[in-house]
Design a protein around this ligand. Structure first.
Ligand SMILES: [Zn+2]
Length: 344
């Protein structure tokens, strides 16, 4: 029996003209996820890297095959050729269940969001969101395979699950809302933490490094324990004080930090300070080691480094907090990418 090769599939996809060229990245990212990089039997034996079930509209391009996947036995598409598989994916997407998908193609993220919630994956909203996150995290790898990722390094700079960013404050374990520091600017700390984390995630993913966000409801220690399996954990905050102050600081766990944590703390604090034109409080002599439950939790895992960033102080007037937090978040991302590149 002939089996299909993953390299052949990537080659065929690369050489196929599709309606929206930029969506090839999503098509490949889904294939990476659904087929385990070409390792599933559904792909190897039946040429279907997308985990697509058989539907009658597929009759011109695929034949039905009984197949047992992780979610039980069902009828899936079997393709004769990898070109049929690549083309068949778009036949599948052109079915009525996804009608309107062409209105959600401005970005790769818009498209995967649309088809996931339209029914590409089953389950509740959380399951669909989880799928979107997993596919989005593979955009960098897909871009590298398509030869279109200028930011990609020759070798991967992470060796676990990449980066986990934690949005400081928000919903509390008891269901209340902790806004963090209030400051005197139009947005509270939690809102700004979220803006910064999303900006950081975007930049890290653009560099081809997987990056997840957590905005979870949990105790500080167990929030930190989510760092398990990642290379980098960074909790994102904004500072405030009773006396006038401005500057950036990046903190580490007092009892469990090591030279790697201190190195990232220094790099990140410098990066944020330079970006925002404010004082680098760590370079200025502030001891970054503090008793922080969240970092204690993180350091109890196998995470390589964990820090808590206080981007800037919000109890003093800031010309544009959205701009500052976006740029501060991007500085966090650059520091993380630099640290990963320096510590492969
Ligand atoms: Zn905070």
């Amino acid at each position: 029996m002939t089996t299909f090769s993953w390299e052949d599939f990537v080659g065929v996809l690369k050489n196929t003209d599709i309606e929206f060229h930029h969506l090839k990245l999503v098509q490949l990212a889904q294939a990476i996820l659904e087929s385990g990089r070409g390792s599933s039997d559904l792909f190897r034996l039946h040429g279907n890297p997308f985990g697509m079930k058989y539907r009658r509209e597929m009759c011109g391009v695929a034949i039905p095959i009984q197949y047992s996947a992780h979610d039980g036995e069902d009828v899936y598409c079997k393709f004769d050729t990898l070109q049929d598989a690549v083309d068949g994916y778009w036949v599948f997407i052109d079915r009525p269940i996804y009608s309107g998908w062409r209105t959600s193609v401005a970005t790769e993220a818009d498209y995967i969001d649309f088809i996931a919630f339209a029914g590409y994956v089953g389950g509740d909203d959380a399951a669909k969101q989880h799928y979107v996150t997993k596919v989005t995290n593979l955009f960098g790898e897909a871009a590298t395979l398509l030869g279109s990722n200028p930011a990609a390094q020759p070798g991967a700079t992470w060796n676990k699950n990449g980066v986990l960013l934690e949005i400081g404050h928000g919903v509390t374990p008891s269901g209340g809302m902790d806004p963090g520091a209030i400051g005197i600017n139009p947005k509270n700390e939690y809102e700004l933490n979220k803006i910064a984390a999303i900006a950081a995630q975007r930049l890290i993913r653009q560099a081809g490094v997987p990056c997840d966000l957590t905005d979870a409801v949990a105790s500080l220690r167990s929030l930190g324990e989510r760092a398990a399996g990642y290379d980098v954990f960074c909790s994102i905050h904004h500072n405030s004080a009773s006396a006038p102050a401005q500057g950036a600081e990046v903190l580490v766990c007092k009892s469990k930090s090591d030279p790697d944590d201190l190195q990232l703390s220094a790099m990140m604090s410098a990066e944020i300070a330079a970006e925002l034109g404010i004082r680098d409080r760590i370079a200025g002599g502030r001891d970054p080691r503090l008793h922080l439950g969240i970092l204690k939790g993180a350091e109890s895992t196998d995470v390589r480094v964990s820090v808590l960033a206080e981007l800037y102080f919000i109890h003093v007037p800031i010309p544009d907090v959205v701009d500052w937090s976006t740029r501060g978040g991007e500085a966090v991302a650059r520091a993380i990418l630099k640290w990963l590149a320096a510590n492969p």
